[in-house]
Design a binder for this molecule. Sequence first.
Ligand code: HEC
Ligand code: HEC
Length: 385
Amino acid sequence: MPIRPLRWSWLWVAAIACSKTAPLPAAPTPPPSQTATPSQTATQPSAATPNSPVAAAASTPQPGDLRTDIDEAARARAVEGKAIFHKEFSIAEGMGPHFNFSSCAACHNLPGSGGHGDKLHSARLTVINGSTDGLPQRAVPGFEVLQPTPGVPINMRKPPPLFGLGLIEALDDAYISSHCGVSADDGIHGIANVNPGQKRVGRFGYKAHTSTILDFVSNALNAEMGITNPVDKDPRMFKDADAVPDPEVPTATVERIADYVRALAPPSPPAVDAKAQKIFADIGCATCHRPQTAPGVQAYSDICLHDVGEDFSSHMKDFLAGPSHWRTAPLWGLRWRDHYFHDDRIDDLDKAIRAHGGEATKVRERYAALPAEAQTALVKWLHTL
Ligand code: HEC
Ligand code: HEC
């Protein structure tokens, strides 16, 4: 039996609230220049003079800005990729037969290009033939919308932000594996996921099931937009049933989009608040949400999997990730989010902390036992991450 080089049965797909063959809503795609509103930039800590927006813009990367540490050629490729990221694919170009939205930017747009998406752009996952798979919410004319099988679990996931992912991709496999948050006293034992097809430590996706940005983008084109491409060699994903000849885009298209994602700047560092940072470390948040993910990478995550309790169960496995295992949510960019966890279930940071279970139970109890002022100070600082 042939072993697939990559595991692409896993197509995560989006749900729109009303589902069925609803007409495409106007995709909330901001023009490339419109990356942040004044109210969003105002909450950002900045070393620049407060009254000098020009100085602030120069010193503080805004959501959707490109990294400043890449060379001219990489920047040029990223600019090309950004245009494809925002492009709405048409049926004539191969979108479908099953799809969710017609562009990457339709889902990754908050508060700017490459950001997170709201709940209405969530992916719907299920189990098909024993593995985690997806059910697109839409079909082009002439095709049926796929329906869930009664009794089989469904799990909803919102689009996560893509800022700084190039830094995460650059992490060494061994580094991730040897820095998973572990605390015997607290019952915390993080594990690095491994994608057997890619033979690498996984780091992308809520279950850290994918190892490289290129592979994720290839899969996203297929699963979200129904665009086949030569990067993905799995015939089930490489060929689709619409009338447009496969592959529907060349490798270069996938590479340029990956160049864009890789070039997205990480959120600027949070406010310095020695008291709040000490609480974060002392009560054990930092065991999983490692402020220094790696030297120079302040993602507030160990990029490993932790069981956060039955309430979080997806009822499906993903390589080494059990149903209640999730990648420690990177907290960088928290300043731009107002709903928390993979399914946006909670809209209040204090409640989000109190919702942690499983391996995080002891840490949560320590938080709950803090004086109210300490809790408030911690939450206030978290809003600046
Ligand atoms: C329908 C909404 C939707 C569309 C369209 C979409 N995505 Fe996503 N994206 C998601 C969701 C949901 C996830 C999380 C999936 C998971 O891990 O289960 C995700 C995850 C990602 C990740 C991994 C992020 C991380 O933190 O590990 C990358 C990279 C990504 N998407 C890139 C893209 C690109 C590039 C495109 C266009 C080719 C695209 N996405 C189109 C919804 C979408
Ligand atoms: C055992 C590891 C672990 C510990 C300890 C832990 N967390 Fe988490 N945290 C996670 C995981 C895993 C998620 C993602 C769950 C999901 O996506 O459903 C998460 C999610 C979050 C989120 C939501 C982020 C978002 O963007 O959706 C916040 C905020 C958060 N944690 C803050 C904290 C704070 C503050 C503490 C300390 C009181 C803490 N966590 C302790 C593992 C941990």
